[in-house]
Design a protein around this ligand. Sequence first.
Ligand code: SF4
Length: 314
Amino acid sequence: MSNQPIIITTKLKIGISACCMGCPVRYNAKGWDLVKSLGREKSDFVWVPVCPESMAGLGVPRNPIHVVGADGRAIWTNEAKVVNRGGAEVTDAVKAGASACMEALERADITAYIYMDGSPTCGVYRTTLKKQKRGNPPGVFGALLLDKGYFLIPASDLQSPLKWWDWRRRLLAFHWIKTVEIEDMKTLYAVWHQLKFICQELDEPWARALGKKLAAVNREAFMDFVEVFRSEIMMVLRKPSTPAKITNRLWKHYAHYRKASGKSIPEINEPTFKRNVTTIAGELIKMERAAVDDGILFGNTPVIYRHRKPDYDS
Ligand code: SF4
């Protein structure tokens, strides 16, 4: 680790609600291919689609279902039930389908899951259509996803190039901090140096406090501190950023890149320059590529995925 981006060459596995990958498994036999929005980036990941309601054996098409009771969590403590539009109770079937899907995700060893919000089953922060008021989040499967601690991404954000860029760079950093070995103080400092810029962007006061705790840590408390350090960073990396924060940081890191490389990238604009999110995402991707090519750390994206090519092998 140094002033360079970390390059990951293994494709991360991402679980996904199958209806968001084009599988026509919704109650009305429809599906949307939201992954198509990623273009060529789709092949940077291994996808693991699952559909808990299909695995429940409810069939396609089927009567839509909803939770009667507090929320999807209460299903797992037998304090709520799942019924379909015809009034039939399908609680046991939905639990069996959700458990089977979770077993598949665990076998696949996924890092992240892309969920369909608004579903009483896969929804995490919303379990009904916006205008309806039926049931509370999380959904039956959404409750299991939250308990497993996966990096959770709403499927609708795949359609926005900037939101996806933000999710993707945080996901790669999340995977790295989750798996990197930290055995001594030197590595601990190096890991912080790698991630501190993105952490500062996401939550400046918290990052400042963590930096101070890091400076004060002693050898006796080292192992306990590493676990707190790791879990706090993983928690913060789940938070989306904003276009304003992203463009400000882009400009700051671009200044560093120009100084370190002596090169410029004419397409990169100042934060005050008005442009749409697609243009901003394009600038970020150009900056990432240039940073990797020149071996300079671009703090917005400290961890990058690249196909295994001789130029990028570590
Ligand atoms: S939201 Fe989940 S349960 Fe519903 S169709 Fe999609 S994958 Fe299946």
